[in-house]
Design a protein around this ligand. Structure first.
Ligand code: GUN
Ligand code: FE
Length: 456
């Protein structure tokens, strides 16, 4: 029989499709030395008992207790790691004022690597404690601190995809927070990519460099062109903000006479490893371009409510076969939890549904078929994120990484109301999605390694 590194026994929930959740009751999950799920065995399968007999009682056999469940680790597709230091503040002003008054001054402080160390250690451990096993991060313009963030992810065992932010446009960035010039921005990005690829060699779960023009307004044409070329040369992921607010979207239209999506494409910035945050104001032609290039959208529902005053039509975009994942957008979104963001994704989608604003004439009330279910929000936070990044993560299935969170529904201090012993597991799943708090997340595993556990 194959020798597994570890075997887990318990009930798991995993997205089967955007609308359907698989319930794997009392299954065995067999993990190999690389931290990948090699086999998922159901109680009725022939080798179930043989495996149980062989592994039960050994140190590498883990059985969940009554009321505990496996969920895939969450994949947060949009986190501004430095902004963790201001999460929960200054959410009452427009995006461009918020950037200039609060965010750029804060981010400029990350030239100090000691300060960066403190904030980055804390944001990575906080996200892990919230069940986020993979995060796609914006750092700052500073090369050293950005490399440090990748190093901290590697050390803490989180799968971090990290971008050194590029902002070289002299008119749209402040003097105190800008790349020195375009050549330096590109040279620093290249050195950053090489350094993170080197770090990746010794990291089991992987850390990845990401080409990161902050958004079109902050970058010159030369920088955008150069970044597209670097992404192709090193085959990296790419991230940016796309058509986020009326202001940002309108700026790009004035500068290029086209939408963000087509402008980014012209610079070689759309690929199957691209993730574009927000995308509130994309039209159907933009969506088709995303679907054809494999570019993913990161939905940031909490942030969008504050800065974009808008709800992106997720159901419509899924129907157009665009890949979509979920993002916290710390600190445009205040919460480090993708549970919170999944809940908001459902709530926001219902606000978009027709009939919501009864003061308007019927034909102006909203968009039919906009609602998404909690299953779809779960899909965005897990499998959708994995597909967006083109990585084998986000599902509890053979040939996926063992990236999971163990949820305990029995805690007195964080109640999830499961009273009946034979309660439908589909209902238990929904209760977890709506009510789980960090206290309920007892353990977090990434690539077969335990990276977080909590005693109280
Ligand atoms: N657009 C450009 N920079 C940012 C940022 O830091 N947060 C958000 N939400 N939008 C941006
Ligand atoms: Fe953002």
């Amino acid at each position: 029989m194959t020798k597994y590194s570890q075997i887990f026994l318990g009930t798991a929930f995993s997205a089967k499709s955007p609308k359907e959740v698989s319930i794997l009751k009392d299954h065995l999950f067999c993990i190999n030395a690389n931290g990948m799920i090699e086999q998922v065995v159901a109680p009725e399968d022939a080798d179930y008992q043989t495996l149980l007999d062989a592994y039960q009682g050994q140190e590498n056999f883990h059985r969940l207790t009554e009321g505990q469940y496996f969920l895939p680790g969450f994949i947060d597709l949009h986190v501004h790691a430095p902004q963790w230091a201001q999460s929960g503040t200054a959410l009452d002003i427009p995006l461009s004022d918020w950037l200039n008054t609060y965010t750029f001054p804060l981010e400029s402080k990350f030239s100090d690597v000691d300060f960066a160390q403190k904030v980055y250690q804390d944001v990575v451990s906080t996200l892990l404690a919230n069940g986020t096993t993979t995060a796609l991060y914006f750092a700052t313009v500073h090369k050293e601190a950005s490399i440090l963030l990748a190093k901290i992810c590697a050390e803490q065992g989180q799968r971090g995809l990290v971008g050194k932010v590029v902002m070289d446009h002299p008119e749209n960035t402040p003097d105190y927070y800008r790349d020195r010039d375009t050549q330096t921005a590109l040279a620093d990005t290249e050195e950053f990519i090489v350094a993170v690829k080197e770090l990746a060699k010794t990291s089991k779960q992987g850390v990845y460099p990401v080409v990161t023009p902050r958004f079109i307004p902050s970058c010159t044409d030369e920088a955008l062109q150069g970044l597209g070329a670097l992404a192709a040369k090193y085959d990296t992921h790419i991230q940016s903000h796309c058509s986020e607010s009326d202001w940002a979207h309108g700026y790009v239209k004035d500068r290029f006479d086209k939408n963000d999506a087509f402008a980014l494409h012209d610079f070689g910035l759309l690929s199957d490893k691209s993730v574009m945050a927000h995308c509130n104001f994309i039209d159907d032609a933009d969506a088709d371009l995303f679907a054809n290039t494999g570019t993913a959208i990161c939905h940031c529902p909490i942030s969008n409510a504050y800065f974009a005053n808008s709800v992106i039509p997720i159901a419509h975009l899924h129907a157009k076969e665009v890949e979509i994942g979920l993002g916290s957008d710390i600190s445009g979104g205040f919460s480090p939890s993708l549970f919170d963001n999944a809940r908001q994704a459902v709530i926001s989608s219902r606000m978009l549904e027709d009939g919501v604003n009864t003061k308007l004439p019927a034909e102006e009330r909203g968009v039919s078929n906009s609602r998404i279910t909690i299953n779809e929000a779960f899909y965005l936070a897990t499998a959708g994120g994995g597909e967006s990044l083109s990585l084998p993560i986000g599902r509890i299935e053979a040939n996926y990484a063992w990236d999971v969170q163990i949820i305990d529904t029995t805690l007195a201090s964080a109640k999830i109301p499961v009273f009946q012993t034979n309660e439908e597991l589909g209902d238990v799943f929904q209760k977890i999605m709506y009510l789980a708090r960090p206290e309920n997340i007892r353990e977090v595993w990434v690539q077969g390694e335990r990276v977080h556990s909590r005693k109280s």
